[in-house]
Ligand binder design. Structure first.
Ligand code: C2O
Ligand code: CU
Ligand code: CU
Length: 542
């Protein structure tokens, strides 16, 4: 894996039209307590250090992000039931300094239960929901949009009627009632709409938020040292408005925005104390698979994937996160000097034209050129250096044991293909609440599934219901093996996943179990334009 120089200026050419300026999201204990929108200039234990040479804008003109989603508030010691009212409705946000953008946003009210469970973000992103393992959660979802919608808890293991799948979508003005128990392990999840045909646009216009499950975990950085970054991209017109005009190319390739937007703003800067941090990453982009690395060139220590702690921390030179995937990192900022700026760099690991191409233009077959840009900047605050030992064993488990699968001799096949300007699963597309015989599994079993990608582009495949283990990858057609080499070192699959990257020509074998709930569950490509165009099906646990 090629190392990147630590000199940030090397990257400035690639940043193109992105307008750098200062923005601070205060993450100190004071900011945790004071969630009042507009207090960004005060109350942070780690206050904004001098910019040193960068352009500085008056604080009052910056988008107001009072704290990043993910910082864990002090929750009540005893877990009690939680009752929420979630509304999706039009609103406005400041994504780029000084301009007001029309968005859609989730607002969440605690009707009953721990008031600290819901933490506003100050951006268009929905409040971060802090749930507890074993907690009963009741939610009334009010659809204040002018289209159908529904809320899906991505990664939570819940019954069919609690999962917020497309078949549960409710019309404008209607309400959907949820009542479920959080059985998941502590970890990083998220929530987003899931109506058929409109998920891409609704997420793009702002409907998404983090969902963090809390419970017994090994000793990891917490409180203000537990940060989350929600990685997205947006195309913002000169009028300040979000553009989501889907061309035929976008429908085929997925919509990729011109600007990187993290935690709901362009040019996010985070002040970090000189201590170890837990950095929860969520790729909530519609289509962009992110290839992430630090501007310092140092390895990334991954401690969790898709909500599950890994058995052991894994060190990688770069990290690949597909849409919907999460990974938690452990980063120690104690060896940096006060004022140091460490960029999180992101490149779109998009491959097109592999295996003969599909007339979308682009480079030669199988080309993958990584164009890293700054997704967020950590600015080292003036605090004493307090190094901590890197975690080694985290106690997580791969979760699903492939050895107990009932079909080890004949794994179930899901063939992804591209034809007639669309993407297909086993030659079919979305048909609602139906499953074919090939999509019917038996409750209580574990199976091997082979996802075979005959399409010329990569698809991040997501399965609702329960997490899975990636057993192996093999080539059915190795025309894109060269580009895979560019990203392979950033793939972390030693723990459970709920979304897996399937490169062109690959056969990815997963072990998945059906022990939690019977019923119809959705599986689909998490490139939202593919999902909306029908690259989505149900399977039936009978
Ligand atoms: Cu993130 Cu079917 O969803
Ligand atoms: Cu999901
Ligand atoms: Cu896809």
């Amino acid at each position: 894996m090629q190392r990147r120089p630590s000199d940030g200026s090397v990257w400035s050419a690639a940043e193109g039209g992105i307008d750098r300026r200062s923005l601070f999201a205060l993450v100190g204990g004071g900011a945790l307590a004071g969630l009042i929108v507009g207090c960004a200039s005060e109350g942070g234990a780690t206050s904004a250090p001098d910019q040193g040479g960068g352009s500085t804008a008056p604080v009052s003109s910056l988008p107001t992000v009072t704290l990043p989603p993910g910082s864990a508030p002090p929750l009540e010691p005893v877990v009690r039931d939680l009752q929420l009212r979630i509304t999706a409705a039009p609103g406005t946000a400041e994504i780029v300094a000084g301009s007001t953008t029309d968005v859609l946003r989730f607002s969440v009210e605690v009707v009953d239960g721990d008031p600290a469970s819901v933490v506003p973000t100050g951006s268009y992103l929905g409040p971060t929901l802090h749930l507890r393992q074993g907690q009963r959660v009741r939610v009334s979802f009010d659809n204040g949009l002018d289209q159908d919608s529904i809320v899906h808890w991505h990664g939570l293991v819940v019954p069919e009627d609690q999962d917020g799948q497309p078949t549960a979508a409710v019309p404008p003005g209607a309400t959907y009632e949820y009542d479920f128990v959080v059985t998941n392990r502590p970890g990083t999840y998220w929530y987003h709409p899931h109506p058929h045909h409109q998920t891409g646009e609704q997420v793009y216009r702002g409907l998404a938020g983090l969902l963090i499950v809390h419970g017994d975990e090994p000793d990891l950085p917490s409180g203000p040292d537990d940060l989350a970054l929600v990685l997205q991209d947006r195309t913002i017109g000169s009028d300040g408005q979000l553009s989501y005009s889907i061309t035929r190319h976008d429908q085929m390739a997925g919509f990729v925005g011109a600007s990187l937007v993290t935690n709901g703003v362009v040019d996010l800067e985070l002040s970090v104390a000189r201590r170890p941090h837990r950095i929860r990453l969520l790729n909530a982009a519609n289509a962009r698979t992110q290839h992430l690395q630090l501007s310092t060139g140092q390895d990334l220590l991954v401690i969790a994937t898709d909500g599950h702690l890994l058995p052991e921390a894994v060190s990688v030179p770069a990290l690949v996160l597909t849409p919907a995937q999460r990974s938690d990192l452990w980063i120690d900022f104690s060896s940096f000097a006060v004022g140091d700026r460490i960029d999180l760099l992101a490149a779109d690991a998009f491959i097109e034209g592999a295996m003969g191409g599909m007339g979308m233009g682009g480079g030669a077959a199988g080309d993958l050129v990584l164009d890293h840009r700054v997704a967020a900047t950590f600015v080292v605050a003036d605090t004493p250096a307090e190094p901590g030992p890197a975690p080694v064993s985290l106690g997580g488990a791969p979760e699903v044991d492939p050895a107990v699968a009932v079909n080890t001799d004949s794994p179930r096949q899901f063939v992804l293909s591209t034809r007639q300007a669309s993407h297909w699963i086993n030659g079919t597309q979305w048909e609602g609440r139906v499953a074919s015989e090939e999509e019917t599994v038996e409750f209580g079993t574990t199976e091997l599934w082979d996802i075979v990608n005959t399409s010329p582009m990569a698809h991040p495949m997501h399965v609702h219901g329960e997490p899975f283990t990636v057993v192996e990858r093999a080539w059915e057609n190795d025309a894109a093996a060269g580009s895979w080499e560019t990203v392979a070192a950033g793939i972390v699959e030693t723990g459970p996943r709920d979304t897996v990257l399937v490169w062109p020509g690959q056969r990815v074998r997963i072990a998945i179990r059906f022990t939690a709930n019977r019923g119809y569950f959705t599986y689909h490509c998490h490139i939202l334009e593919h999902e909306d165009a029908g690259m989505m099906r149900n399977f039936l646990v009978s």
